[in-house]
Design a protein around this ligand. Structure first.
Ligand code: PMP
Length: 399
């Protein structure tokens, strides 16, 4: 049977009518604040390259030298013949960085989450997740055919209520929430997990490199170890500026994943040169503390300016600084108006965020300058003027 394109077409039209149309923009050049996008020079506040390491000359040099040594492709899955000493060295460095016996590389964070949750549950097991967890964590529980229950965002009482009803296998949370920028209450979650006999898994894609001593992430921020959080997932494509992901934990956890995480077993290992580049960026992320200090400056400067403008910010101390606007059409209109002024800030709309909480997701990088932050604030001020000062529309709080 052929695909009925007219049905697909009407689905797309419905999305457009709801202000949910998404358009790919084409960037010419590396990810950095100033780039040519769709043929125009733009200033971007939309990258997860928080520390500005994606184009660091030493990282690029390591990648180039890596391709000279290894070629480009790894040639096979890790378990077949794709695992090299470059992968091994990075896994050892990540284990040391996270203070855990072992770490295991995955090709992407999405795949790491799918692999871990499916490997650690059986169909029907109860998995409890924060309502605002990243889509990959939600998808993972659904694909694992676990029973997924979601507790109220960052609300340990809501979790406690669910835990009191029946035995959960896993409690899963983002460390730093990708669309809100706030932190999970990890000490309380860890306490609940421990007292209920569930395992706590933290996806720290947006915390690693960015917060905590040496960029150790959410766990370092709260001074939590493997006892409290046995499963830690981190990504390499954000603060570390490269690509891929890892899971860190005990010897037994990692051996279980090697044997049973299907998204590890049945996929090609990442290019070894990528591991070489990440080894360098990890070192830079740990040592170059000025990058985190600069980020803190930009966050403070932006929040102060945005508050003066009366913008509706969220309770975030991280480089993810959403401006809540409410309806999708409004978020799209603001994003387009900023783009017309040469500033790129994506509109984030349902289903990525709950209905009624569409927003501009502003993200900062250590590569931004004070002038860049000034330009963003000035553009927002002009936009508010043009819109007659209606800056903080009624927004339903996130559930
Ligand atoms: N977890 C979180 C919290 C994320 O934000 C993302 C990426 N947006 C992922 C997982 C997926 O990581 P990757 O991009 O490496 O697949």
């Amino acid at each position: 049977m052929s695909i009925d394109e007219s049905k697909l077409q009407s689905r797309l039209q419905a999305l457009r009518a709801q202000g949910l149309w998404r358009r790919l923009r084409v960037r010419a050049g590396p990810t950095q604040p100033h780039a040519t996008i769709d043929g125009r020079p733009m200033l971007g506040f939309c990258s997860n390259d928080y520390l500005g390491l994606a184009n660091h000359p030493a990282v690029v040099a390591a990648f180039c030298a890596g391709t000279e040594r290894w070629g480009v492709g790894s040639g096979a899955a890790h378990l077949i013949n794709g695992h090299t000493c470059a992968h091994q060295a990075l896994e050892e460095a990540l284990a040391e960085f996270t203070g855990r016996p072992r770490a295991l590389l995955f090709s992407t964070g999405y795949m790491a989450n799918l692999g871990v949750i499916a490997a650690l549950t059986r169909p029907g097991d109860l998995v409890l997740e924060d309502r605002l967890n990243h889509a990959s964590l939600i998808d993972a529980a659904l694909l694992a055919r676990a029973r997924l229950r979601r507790y109220r965002h960052a609300d340990s009482e809501s979790l406690q209520t669910l835990v009191a009803k029946e035995q959960a296998r896993l409690i899963v949370t983002d460390g730093v929430f990708s669309m809100d920028g706030d932190l999970a209450p990890l000490p309380e979650l860890a306490q609940i997990a421990r007292s209920s006999g569930a395992w706590l898994m933290v996806d720290d894609a947006h915390g690693l490199g960015v917060i905590g001593l040496e960029g150790g992430g959410s766990l370092a921020h709260f001074d939590l170890g493997m006892e409290e959080v046995p499963i830690l997932m981190g990504t390499l494509g954000k603060a570390l500026g490269t690509f891929g992901a890892f899971v860190a934990g005990s010897e037994i956890l990692i051996e279980t994943l090697i044997h049973q995480a299907r998204s590890y077993v049945y996929t090609t290992a990442p290019p070894p040169a990528l591991a070489e580049a990440t080894l360098v960026s990890l070192q830079l992320a740990r040592q170059e503390t000025w990058r985190r200090e600069r980020l803190a400056d930009w966050i403070g400067c932006f929040r102060e300016g945005a508050r003066r403008l009366g913008l509706h910010l969220m309770d975030s101390a991280t480089p993810i600084q959403p401006i809540l606007l409410g309806e999708s059409e409004l978020a799209s209109a603001w994003s387009e108006a900023l783009a017309a002024r040469g500033i790129l800030v994506p509109a984030i709309r349902p289903p990525t965020v709950p209905q009624g909480t569409a927003r501009l997701r502003v993200t900062f990088s250590a590569s931004h300058t004070a002038e860049d932050i000034g330009r963003l604030l000035a553009a927002l001020a002009r936009l508010l003027d043009e819109m007659g000062g209606s800056c903080a529309p009624e927004v339903r709080p996130a559930p």
